[in-house]
Design a protein around this ligand. Sequence first.
Ligand SMILES: [Zn+2]
Length: 77
Amino acid sequence: MNVTCRSLHDFLCDYFGGELCEESADGVKAHMASCPPCALLVQQYELTILIGKRLPLRPVPDRLLERLKQSLGQEQQ
Ligand SMILES: [Zn+2]
């Protein structure tokens, strides 16, 4: 599969979620091997996920929760 810089961005989430088919995952790896900027992007993405997993879990502040509910409610209307 021919992965371009643009399609790599679309695949990233599924790639890290392990939801990409083998052919696409191989395409992503092949593209990273030939495109240093994308390899760096993937590295940073991976690091961000790692850091995110290490952060302590805290309850969402009430104010933020209210705002989320409001914006979700507005989307459904
Ligand atoms: Zn690229």
